[in-house]
Design a protein around this ligand. Sequence first.
Ligand code: PMP
Length: 315
Amino acid sequence: MTIVTLSQAIAQDSTNALDSAVGNTPLLSLQRLGASLSPRVKMMAKAEWFNPGGSVKDRPARNILRAALSEGQLNNGKILLDSTSGNMGISYATLGAALGIKVTLTIPASASPERLKILRMLGAELELTDPLEGSDGAINVARQMFAEEPGRYYYANQYNNPANWHAHYTSTGPEIVQQTAGQVTHFVAGLGTSGTLMGAGRYLRQYNPEINIIAVQPDSPFNGLEGLKHISTAIRPEIYDPAFADELIEVSTEDAYEMVLRLAREEGMFVGVSSGAAAVAALKVAADLEQGLVVTVFPDAGYKYLSESFWEKLP
Ligand code: PMP
């Protein structure tokens, strides 16, 4: 038996309690949503809002911070700088606060007011960018700020940083295999940076090359699916390989909004709009199957989107 003294326990705990709470999220069954499917088809979703920062982005943020710390990139009070549509910023700010690292973010001014408030509460410095230029505008401003003051910042660059997809390769992917006892047949994930799809997808394909990997994007560059990119027309993330997925499904904003309401009312899952898009695509994939286990990822909860007017327009 190993005896741990109280001071050892406290020392271990204080190294990083919050950091170690990331991942190992529940895999929830979508039973009512899949009621009309063949009885041998199941749909499940990773409930990523269970992460301490409230979204899937805790996984890459933790990995990027760990990699930067171990390479000494954040020495001498350097500030972590990145562009974000909101969730990655919240994850950086949450874990950065826990680790004593300063965070500066470029973010479209159109990000939901809830997100901007949360980021300010967590102590992040914000540089608001042109809403008309979306996430690409935020990327360009971050690049410019880094070019002007390279000694001040560590530019984490989530779109090009391999620690982003590695996080999913080492956590999301293995968790899905373990939680489905290896039975997963289809993996469906929305595209933002593409870290979730590329990382978990690579792990799953290595585990079993028969597993189908399906990417999801909005059906237009102008959409209400915060967190997702119309990757076909946006600045392509370096970590994204367009030839990787077996299929690319497009989802409309309206269909995703309706699905958000169905998930809330039929499954008790109050999720964000990108989860709605993922569920629309997962249901489409599942409807064509005789047999299979379709796993998707629900990146965050719905609370940050309550100021959006679509809630009122829904029945
Ligand atoms: N949904 C939401 C709500 C997000 O914030 C993100 C990250 N931008 C994604 C989906 C996409 O995740 P990834 O960056 O791993 O492609």
